[in-house]
Structure formats: structure tokens, C-alpha cells
Ligand binder design. Structure first.
Ligand SMILES: *Cc1c(COP(=O)(O)O)cnc(C)c1O
Length: 387
């Protein structure tokens, strides 16, 4: 058994990252400024988008995107329940109603059919989630959104470097990325909205800083309008230059990170092929490139003779960290009680929510770490099965 705990995720921070951050700290300008502009430009160039706006989190980006699109009371937003709670919370806080589309049993992503079944006269936006590093099948959903005149905002928190039909996520439409420490690159905390709708980006840029017409950086160094005016009440969701400098350095290594993630995932798949209690996710049947944000498996609880929570506890006892992405949102206390939601409404989501588990996956992992995880999984199943 491992003597040292293996976390399920850990950021890869280089000396170059640290030097870039200390440079900012010594520069005399540490909040939103030139480094944010540079990070936005580099990020936009990487994904191929028309523009990008940096934020203090992807959650903040989702809040502002919904607000800029005018989503409010009386509106419905279609999104999966098998997602991080942040998106659904932002929909609820905007006063709109989340409408949950079930996911494909094996890719854990919404489909054109599941989304179509949730569209009504009140639908204002569709927010699909690219899951674990694979892309949603966007083509049909794009057509559906265009035909029904509803906005499409992609939750791309898992999808930096992911490609759909030969194109990076973020190049077309509106997509929101996250730089939380477990994501494919990190800024400590942070997010980015990419869009081909430049008017939308302008509005998000304004809303991220009090709704003022110009940025703090412009006000102090460029000598523009000495006292900018509030054009509409805004928030305080800007990213610091300390974070942006880290992001710019991390972005230079994203392809190398993703290559290593992909090698590790291939190794897991090979080693788990003979472990029948462990069901990997299915690959999409359309053209795509995976960014391997997470390595998610489902435990066959019948064959394994135990529930998922016990399986995770068994791994923890063996010094292996795990994550749970995600516990179905529609069955969590607030949504259950406020919306009258019950088990049975989203069969694929619920089946997976009870069985999924994310195993350790991060670029600095060694092949030996993968062996430790696989051995621990086999050991948990051997020792606790049948109980
Ligand atoms: C991480 C995550 C978010 C939120 O990102 P933050 O930067 O932490 O706000 C949103 N959606 C999904 C699917 C995520 O995994």
C-alpha cells in the first residue's frame, strides 16, 4: 500500500510560473491591468475565439453571461443536473427556472434529443456541459438553439484544449472556462468567457467591474475619463494581474499537460479493461479530441458488492484520493424542496450520480501512481466485496 497520500488532483506549478507571479508582485501593479489584457489575448488566440474576458471565476462568468442575455424571472434555462452546482445556482439566483435535461448513459452529456424535450415557450438559454474533457455533440444543439431563438452558453470548465469536429471549444459561440486549481490550467481561482459575440463580451467586461464604462487600469494609467460613469449596476468579478500572469505561463504548457493527461488515461483504460466491476465512460461517436480533465469511472455496485461511497472510503484508507463529479443537482435539498423534484425524473443522471467516482489524474502523476491506484481499486473490491 502507498505510504504517501495521492490526491485526485494537484496543480503543476513550475519555477517559471513562480517567477512570473513574483515579477507582478514587484511591479507596482497587482490588480487587473496589462497582464490581464495579455492573458485574454493569448487565451483567445489559443482557442481561436473572436474575443475573451477574464474573470475571478467561471461561476462569475456564468452569472454575467446570463445577466447580459437578460435571463430573469419567468425564463427557463435548460441544463444538465449532472453538473457542478455553480451553474444551476446562477440560474436560480437570476430568478429563472433551471430545467434539467437528462444525459447520455455513457458520455454523461446532454444530447439534442434530451435538450429538445425540455424546450418551451419560456426557454431563454441552453447551457450544456462538456464533461470530463470530451465535448457535447454541439451540431444539433446549435441548430435547435438557432431555430428556437434561444441563447447557447457552453460550460467549458472541463474543456480547455478539447476539440469538437476539428475545432477547439471556445472558437465558435460562447463558452466559459475555469482556472480553479483542479482544472487543466490554473490561476488559483479564475475564469474566462470566450465569444464570437463582441457586444456580449463588452457587456460582460463592463458588468465585471461595477458597470463602469472603463476599467481600473485605464482610469489610472491611461488617463481616460477621470471619473467613469456607471452605465448599469455591475459586480466585482475581475481577475488580478497576479492570477493572470500565472494563467499566461500555464497556458504555454496546456498542450503538454493534456498530452500527459491523455497518456495517463490510456494507461488507466488498459489496466481497468480486466476489472469488470469498473465501468469507464463511453467515448462520443462523433469526431472529437479529449482534454482528459477527469478520469471518471462508474462502480458496478452489484458486481462490486458495495456502494460507491464505501468504495471511495476504501480507496481513502489506502491513501488514494478521489472526487465525485457530480452528485445530481436536482436531488439536492434546495432544488428538491423548492422545485418539488423527485428521484426517477432523470434516470441516466441518477444511475450515474450513485455510481460515479473520479480517480487521480494530473500531469505530474507517474506511471507508478497509476499502478498504485489500480492495485488499490482491486484490493478494495477483493476485501470488501460481497458485504
Ligand atoms: C469547476 C466548474 C465550474 C465552476 O468553475 P469556477 O471557476 O470554480 O467558478 C463550473 N462548471 C463545471 C462543470 C465545473 O467543473
Amino acid at each position: 500500500m502507498r505510504t504517501e497520500f495521492l490526491p485526485f488532483a494537484r496543480p503543476s506549478i513550475s519555477d517559471g510560473d513562480i517567477a512570473a507571479v513574483t515579477d507582478v508582485l514587484r511591479s507596482g501593479w497587482i490588480t487587473t491591468g496589462a497582464r490581464n489584457a495579455a492573458f485574454e489575448e493569448a487565451f483567445s488566440r489559443y482557442v481561436g475565439s473572436a474575443g475573451a474576458v477574464s474573470l475571478c471565476s467561471a461561476t462569475g462568468g456564468m452569472h454575467l453571461a446570463l445577466r447580459a442575455l437578460g435571463v430573469g424571472p419567468g425564463d427557463e434555462v435548460v441544463t444538465p443536473s449532472l453538473t457542478w452546482v455553480s451553474t444551476v445556482n446562477m440560474i436560480a439566483l437570476s430568478g429563472a427556472t433551471p430545467v434539467f435535461a437528462d444525459v447520455d448513459q455513457d458520455t454523461l452529456m446532454v444530447t439534442e434529443a434530451s435538450v429538445a424535450g425540455c424546450i418551451s415557450e419560456r426557454t431563454k438559454a441552453i447551457v450544456p456541459v462538456h464533461f470530463a474533457g470530451a465535448p457535447v455533440d454541439l451540431s444539433g444543439i446549435r441548430h435547435l438553439a438557432a431555430a428556437r431563438g434561444v441563447a447557447l452558453i457552453e460550460d467549458a470548465a472541463h474543456a480547455l484544449g478539447t476539440e469538437y469536429d476539428g475545432e477547439r471549444i471556445g472558437k465558435q459561440g460562447t463558452a466559459i472556462f475555469s482556472f480553479h486549481p483542479i482544472k487543466n490550467i490554473t490561476t488559483g481561482e479564475g475564469g474566462m468567457v470566450c465569444s464570437d459575440n463582441l457586444a456580449l463580451l463588452d457587456q460582460i467586461r463592463r458588468l465585471r467591474f461595477h458597470g463602469l464604462g472603463v476599467e481600473a487600469y485605464d482610469r489610472q494609467t491611461q488617463g481616460r475619463a477621470p471619473q467613469a460613469e456607471v452605465l448599469e449596476p455591475g459586480f466585482k468579478y475581475n481577475m488580478t494581474d497576479v492570477a493572470a500572469a500565472l494563467g499566461t505561463e500555464q497556458l504555454k504548457r496546456v498542450d503538454a499537460f493534456n498530452r500527459r493527461r491523455s497518456e495517463l488515461a490510456a494507461l488507466y483504460r488498459e489496466r481497468f479493461a480486466e476489472v469488470t466491476e469498473i465501468l469507464p465512460l463511453g467515448d462520443p461517436d462523433y469526431r472529437f479530441k479529449h482534454s482528459w480533465h477527469l478520469f471518471v469511472v462508474r462502480l458496478d455496485t452489484r458486481k462490486g458488492g458495495m456502494g460507491r461511497d464505501k468504495f471511495m472510503a476504501g480507496l481513502k484508507e489506502r491513501n488514494i484520493g478521489t472526487g465525485l463529479h457530480f452528485r445530481a443537482v436536482h436531488l439536492q435539498k434546495y432544488y428538491r424542496e423548492s422545485m418539488g423534484l423527485r428521484p426517477g425524473m432523470l434516470p441516466n443522471t441518477e444511475w450515474n450520480s450513485d455510481r460515479i467516482c473520479s480517480l487521480p489524474l494530473f500531469p505530474d502523476m507517474t506511471d507508478a501512481d497509476i499502478s498504485d491506484v489500480v492495485d488499490a481499486v482491486k484490493d478494495v473490491l477483493a476485501h470488501q466485496g460481497g458485504q
